[in-house]
Write a protein that binds this ligand. Sequence first.
Ligand code: NAP
Length: 255
Amino acid sequence: MGLLEGKKALIFGVANERSIAWAIARALKNEGAECAFTYATERLKERVENLAHSVGSDIVLPCDVTKDEEIETVFSTVKDRWQTLDVLIHSVAFAKKEELKGKLLDTSREGFQIAMDVSVYSLIALTKEAAPLMQQDGSIITLTYLGSQKVVPNYNVMGVAKAGLEATVRYLAEDMGPQGVRVNAISAGPVKTLAAMGISGFGEILKRVEEKAPLRRNITQEDVSGVALFLASPLSRGVTGEIIYVDSGYNIMGL
Ligand code: NAP
């Protein structure tokens, strides 16, 4: 029997087969979970539907996380179909391309607000809607990056957003803990995905990790999905409010 047999997982953030959220979905499915998916824009509808069908899922819903009414529709549909929810994957972030190069100093007010809304507030909004559906042993997982703790050239406003996201994880862990729901983040090393390719100089970051990280290699989506599986499952039942690094150990290095 799989680790997640009978569990229901709602997954935000699949854009294509390279998405971290897609690797997580496959790992959860392999251990017996039933998955539902959302997609951000009509442009992605067909691709996400095809991916969802390939893992036997027929719940695929539109959700731009900046729109409260779309979030409400997703959770009311999930409630109608499943009644309850066990796992919520938040693998969503966005900043305008022009904010992901040069200096943080040049961040516009609008660019700051967009990055915070999509990448941070959305975790609060989704958790609030998920709360009434989530049972004892529920698990909420988000994705963050080292740029929240250390200065990474060009990451700029997204580093500030990820710092906010990590603080949000801790506060939500306290809010959700009494009902037995855990909230954690995985701090992934750089992986080539659509979102990552928007960061100026991303190739340099990959090269640096390969040279300097204790494991001397970059991570894969599957390295992340293994830890997501652990966090989604009862194996991690005593873990909440944590930021777990999956980065070949890069974050421990001083020089
Ligand atoms: P990805 O495949 O591009 O996934 C990002 C997802 O966020 C896409 O599905 C994207 O949809 C969605 N999104 C953006 N704006 C949205 C909105 N308003 N409403 C709903 N969804 C929206 O890239 P990824 O690398 O897997 O990113 C997943 C998460 O991992 C992000 O939080 C990212 O910061 C984090 N992360 C990534 C890395 C890395 O190196 N790849 C490292 C550490 C952490 P669209 O394509 O339509 O915008």
